[in-house]
Design a protein around this ligand. Structure first.
Ligand SMILES: Nc1ncnc2c1ncn2[C@@H]1O[C@H](COP(=O)(O)OP(=O)(O)OP(=O)(O)O)[C@@H](O)[C@H]1O
Ligand SMILES: [Mg+2]
Length: 464
């Protein structure tokens, strides 16, 4: 922290000069005061970042300088200098809010270090005060935090659509906040007192999904021992959140489309239609136009859903949101975990801002939960962060070359994809569920890719 303003107070000229020269060499903007009265006057004129004062001075002593400084400018770090054998006064000084004390005789690099630490801590404090203020004034909606232009656009849309019955589709990578936004839409609209029902279409076994969504009547299929109310009915008057929409088998997508268009459903095994009043919000972490092209999302359903699209960009494309999210999670998790953490060390913040965040905001949140639980101190330092953040490197082992006369990007990427699929299958002895996991895909996405590359019939899956 160069050009920090430091005041050196001593009524003994040689000591005063020695300190002043040492600190000026460190790059600080140094002012000297001959005695306590002069020091207090200087502080009153213009606050300093740090004050170093001798304790034993004639007339106005160091403790008085400390008291007055804390009164006039509480943020100023005060360091007191005592003679050996006067620990009691040092203790009193600490109680009065001194940052630290030094015992004479001290080494010059010792004083330089103490001042440096004091200033560092002050800077951190100032920064966190600033962050908290930002948190108060920011453009916020419920628990959605951010100040990037992308997010401001999202807030805007959420407000506008909350009260309308229109279908909304939210896209974005895993952990970008799709469910959070869906909830914000529901809870800011007129349906807020009715149910919000989330369903992860990828997590329900394919053959059960229809009865899960629409319900069934007794005897509709083996195992249907009684009538079952579907999630559409459970969400009556409220919102149904269909997460991972592309995981719905295409046959069922036809029925879903019908339900949306006709505003009525038919339970499995039933002959009657049931009227519904449900707002639909769908979400996916895939590029939906691509999904249509790939044949996993029916085009007609896509157009029916795509009334109000909201896209949440990955965190690495809105890094300006990182500091404010950090402040938000420090506050939120600190309260949840019952630990007060006041800030993040600059080196740690630099790592956080540089990392590519494949798991997006969920990953950031997890990193802070871990740091708060495991970290000892008042400040999150680089050591409290997982290794992956410190090992950040560009994509490993991939040398990219663009030939003079260009190349077919699609074909090249296809080839790369194929090789990764092969690698994953080899590594897992052809167990597709494990291979899918290795590549961070759902089983169905993985199986789809295998089919695309004509690799489907090798190896064992689970349910086919
Ligand atoms: N802008 C934000 N401000 C504060 N917290 C956020 C924000 N975005 C996401 N989060 C938090 O990050 C976590 C992940 O968000 P969410 O579950 O909504 O992501 P998602 O996009 O639905 O992920 P997935 O595709 O994996 O289901 C949640 O704990 C959520 O509260
Ligand atoms: Mg989600």
């Amino acid at each position: 922290m160069a050009d920090a303003r430091v005041l050196v107070v001593d009524d003994e000229k040689s000591m005063r000069d020695l300190l002043a020269i040492t600190l000026a060499k460190e790059g600080y903007d140094v002012t000297v005061a001959d005695g306590g009265a002069e020091a207090i006057e200087a502080v009153r004129r213009d606050p300093f970042d740090a004050v170093i004062t001798d304790l034993r001075m004639a007339r106005v002593d160091g403790l008085q300088v400390l008291r007055s400084t804390k009164e006039i400018s509480p943020e100023t770090a005060v360091i007191v200098v005592t003679a050996v054998g006067s620990t009691e006064t040092a203790v009193e000084a600490m109680k009065l809010g001194a940052y630290d004390y030094l015992t004479k005789p001290f080494k010059l690099d010792e004083i330089a270090l103490v001042v440096k630490n004091a200033l560092e801590r002050k800077r951190l404090r100032d920064e966190n005060v600033y962050l908290r203020e930002q948190l108060g004034h920011q453009y916020r909606l419920d628990n959605i935090v951010g100040k990037s232009a992308a997010l401001a656009g999202v807030f805007d849309t959420v407000r506008k659509v909350a009260d309308s019955p229109s279908t909304v589709i939210i896209t974005g990578e895993s952990g970008t906040g799709k469910e959070l936004v869906a909830r914000a839409i529901h809870f800011n609209g007129s349906r807020r007192n009715k149910p919000f029902v989330p369903v992860n279409c990828g997590a329900v076994p394919e053959d059960l999904l229809e009865s899960e969504l629409f319900g069934h009547v007794r005897g509709a299929f083996t195992g249907a021992v009684s009538n079952k109310v579907g999630l559409f009915t459970a969400a009556e008057g409220g919102t149904l959140f269909l997460d991972e929409i592309t995981e719905i088998p295409t046959l069922l997508q036809v029925k879903l489309l019908r339900a949306i268009q006709e505003r009525e459903i038919r339970r499995v095994g039933d002959t009657r239609e049931i009227k519904i009043d449900v707002r639909l919000i769908a979400a996916s972490n895939r590029d939906l136009e691509q999904a249509v092209q790939d044949g996993v999302l029916r085009e007609d359903l896509f157009y029916r859903l795509n009334v109000i699209p909201i896209h949440l960009p990955p965190l690495r494309e809105r890094r300006e949101d990182i500091p404010i999210l950090v402040a938000h999670f420090l506050d939120k998790l600190g309260k949840q975990l019952g630990k007060r953490v006041s800030g993040v060390a600059p080196e740690a913040m630099a790592l956080l801002e540089r990392y590519h965040w494949p798991g997006n905001i969920r990953e950031l949140e997890n990193v802070f939960e871990r740091a708060i639980v495991l970290g000892g101190g008042d400040v999150v330092g680089p050591d409290a962060l997982p290794d992956s953040l410190r090992r950040e490197r560009p994509v490993r082992g991939l040398v990219v070359e663009l030939p003079e006369d260009g190349m077919d990007l699609e074909a090249t990427l296809d080839g790369i994809e194929r090789r990764y699929l092969q690698k994953a299958m080899e590594r897992t002895n052809n167990v597709q569920t494990k291979a899918a996991e290795l590549l961070r895909m759902t089983f169905r996405q993985f199986r789809y890719k295998l089919q695309k590359h004509n690799m489907a019939r090798r190896g064992t899956g689970t349910d086919d």
